[in-house]
Write a protein that binds this ligand. Structure first.
Ligand code: ASP
Length: 333
């Protein structure tokens, strides 16, 4: 009987299973939308057999910028059904890199399991010269099958590096080393000797230790992100309210400053019961809840990127509309 770990593979699309017109097609393949057939990604990686017993589970395949909340909710259910039926010791999810960090944080906050769930992508299509997806996938299977990955939350493994789903963010459009943990760094590595090594762990509660359980949900509260810039007049904020937003994340300038006109629009939105979360477009560092934000009933995003703050605010709104309670979530997760 094989002692190899059982790893489930869920392929959701992205660059990793995309096919370009030739080996130098590193950019246009996205427009052609051609993908490997079911089973082909695995078939091209016979080396996986020495690392794990891998079984592919069906899921819809899309570019990651085409995903909607419903896809996340279905993904959560798919992951739980694999573990509930004890079909795997760990799961690898292949995913487009454009929004992989949002999915990783969503899973980090909502999965009710301590078994490893590892999300992985590629910066070059499967057909490219020096395609990175194959080794990324092999390493992700190593991470997912390694007992030391248990209880660390949803992980992202790219380019030999393992990140917390909370901290990781994409920082380059085409470089293979596209992901970083910014202020918080990686957790460890899937290294050249085949070993999975951890050096850090996140102290933020995740998976089984969060208050969020979306297994029975069919939708999430609408939360929009509005980016500030010189002269922004608040029209986007009014539009978000008109579209039915229950929360708005401000990707403000500097340490979280919208323009004066945006501030007025946020006050208007808040009077209608919309939760305003002040974040920053800067890319790293905390946004703090100043006395003025407390007075206005606004919350602050801590050091989450605006699109990650969107994930947390949508989940918090499934539990409460009280700004102080929502701020507690931002302080906690
Ligand atoms: N360029 C993206 C990727 O790396 C496309 C996507 O996110 O689906 O996968």
């Amino acid at each position: 009987m094989s002692k190899l770990p059982r790893v489930a593979l869920i392929i959701t699309g992205g660059t990793i299973d995309s096919v370009g017109t030739d080996r130098l097609d590193l950019a246009w393949y996205i427009e052609a939308g051609k993908r490997l057939n079911t089973g082909e990604l695995l078939a091209q990686l016979p080396e996986l057999e020495s690392i794990a017993r891998v079984e592919e589970f069906p899921f819809r395949r899309l570019p990651s910028h085409a995903l909607v909340d419903k896809d996340w909710l279905d993904l959560v259910r798919t992951i739980h059904s694999i573990f509930d039926d004890d079909r795997a010791d760990g799961i690898v999810i292949t995913h487009g890199t454009n929004t992989i960090e949002e999915t990783a944080y969503f899973l980090n906050l909502t999965l009710k399991t301590d078994r490893p769930v590892v999300i992985v992508g590629a910066m070059r299509p499967s057909s490219a010269l020096s395609a990175d997806g194959y080794l990324n996938l092999l390493n992700a299977a190593r991470v997912a099958g390694d007992p030391s990955s248990r209880g660390r939350g949803a992980l992202l493994a790219m380019n030999d590096t393992i990140y917390s789903g909370r901290d990781v963010t994409k920082t380059a459009t085409y470089r293979v080393q596209a992901f970083q943990g910014r202020d918080l760094g990686p957790l460890g590595y899937s290294d050249a000797d085949g070993k999975v090594v951890y050096y850090h762990q996140s102290v933020k509660p995740h998976t089984v230790n969060t208050e969020f359980d979306v297994r029975d949900r069919q939708s999430l509260p609408r939360v929009d992100v509005v980016v500030s810039y010189v002269g922004a007049d608040g029209a986007m904020i009014d539009a978000a309210v008109a579209a039915g937003a229950r929360g708005i994340i401000s990707a403000g300038t500097g340490a979280g400053r919208p323009t004066p006109a945006e501030d007025e629009a946020f006050n208007r939105a808040s009077k209608k019961g919309v939760i305003i979360c002040i974040g920053t477009r800067v890319g790293s560092g905390r946004v703090v809840r100043s006395p003025g934000l407390v007075r206005r009933g606004f919350v602050a995003s801590d050091n989450l990127q605006p699109w990650k703050a969107r994930v947390l605010l949508a989940l918090a709104l499934t539990k409460t509309s009280d700004p102080d309670e929502i701020q507690r979530c931002f302080n906690t997760y």
